[in-house]
Design a protein around this ligand. Structure first.
Ligand code: KG4
Ligand code: ZN
Length: 336
């Protein structure tokens, strides 16, 4: 089944065509980073308007690149949530109109399930079961994954998500938006021995996270040592987040007895995190799987992919379209 996927939950418009047999045929992403940069964060109304401008030209471009000939795709998947309501509506309405016009089925899919299964797009995909670490701008979650749709939450963040902590700390340090890549770049030049930030909630059992306190550490250190210490602060901050994720991932793998760890979501693009988790996997004897860098952050490929899995299993949405700006992943229906 050839599925057109549309992602518009936040600040990237992503479109892709995925074929259940042949794999990914084409994909493209338009990032709104430059649009939101002057405001230091995503402005929802600007995001929606830009999705409206971009989605159809991007869809045309991707359909051309996928060389489907005269035949339309066989189904459409779009991100129904979680995300910004106005932004989600653009993808949902576009998918609804195209599906109606082409007379093909469509399905709203879960953004985080898209991230979660993105490592399956790689040449050496992990087998089930695995532990998934989802680390994005809105989520930090450890999930036990036994099969598609069989997700058990092991632990999540009580406050800021890991990506959110990167973004907020970047703002404090006067770095641009998005903060993750900016902190990572600055941290690479920082002295790892100068400051030690705590690794929140690693000193007690459990798989919950709390990242909001790290901001306070960054503020206090900055106040004491001044902006010249920026790179060293960025380094200490990154080490604290990565170190915390390392401890919790190792714990989650041990608790489940699974032998595979899958990491997905924007923070999964962090090179230090990738190195440290591969290292711990080697030490403890489990394999670690990341999507390629461009599929860590938001994209249409992961939506077309998860849509193809669910649509091929017979799931579809009848009339109208649904968006769910808040949508807990454990409310997802399992595959029939
Ligand atoms: O998955 P994503 O593209 O969007 C959401 O669904 O949230 O994740 C975006 C988040 C942002 O918070 C961004 O700062 C973070 O991922 N991020 C990174 C890196 N690249 C993106 N964080 C740390 N290091 C990176 N290299
Ligand atoms: Zn995302």
């Amino acid at each position: 089944m050839r599925v057109l996927g549309i992602e518009s939950s936040c600040d990237e418009t992503g479109v892709a065509v995925y074929d259940s047999g042949a794999g990914l045929l084409a994909h493209a992403v338009h990032s709104q980073v430059e649009l939101h940069a002057p405001y230091g964060g995503v402005v929802p109304e600007l995001a929606s308007r830009d999705h409206i401008r971009r989605v159809l030209p991007l869809a045309r471009q991707v359909l051309d690149a996928a060389s489907l000939g005269d035949s339309p795709p066989e189904a459409i998947a779009y991100t129904a949530g979680p995300g910004l309501a106005g932004a989600l509506l653009v993808g949902a309405a576009t998918a609804g109109a195209l599906a109606l016009g082409w007379g093909i089925p469509k399905l709203g899919v879960h953004h985080m399930e898209g991230h979660l299964l993105a490592p399956l797009l790689e040449p050496d995909p992990p087998a089930f079961p695995f532990v998934a670490l989802l680390v994005s701008g809105g989520h930090t979650q450890l999930v036990a994954v036994r099969a598609i749709g069989d997700y058990r939450m092991l632990g999540e963040s009580r406050d800021d998500a890991a990506g959110e902590a990167f973004d907020k700390t970047a703002k404090l340090l006067g770095l641009g938006y998005p903060g993750g890549p900016a902190i990572a770049k600055l941290a690479a030049t920082g002295d790892p021995a100068r400051f030690k930030f705590p690794q929140p909630m690693t000193d007690r059992p459990g798989l919950e996270f709390s990242f909001s306190g790290l901001k306070t550490f960054a503020i206090n250190t900055l106040a004491e040592h001044g902006p010249a210490a920026g790179a060293d602060i960025a380094r200490a901050f990154e080490e604290a987040v990565v170190g915390t994720l390392r401890v919790k991932c190792r714990r989650a793998v041990a608790a489940t007895g699974f032998r595979r760890l899958v990491v997905a979501g924007g923070v999964g693009a962090n090179r230090r995190l990738r190195t440290v988790l591969h290292e711990i996997g080697r030490q403890e004897g489990f394999t670690v799987h990341f999507p390629r860098l461009e599929f860590c952050t938001d994209n249409g490929a992961m939506i077309a992919h998860v849509g193809a899995l669910r649509l091929a299993a017979g799931l579809r949405e009848e009339d109208g379209f649904t968006i769910r700006p808040r949508w807990p992943m454990d409310e997802l229906p399992p595959l029939p």
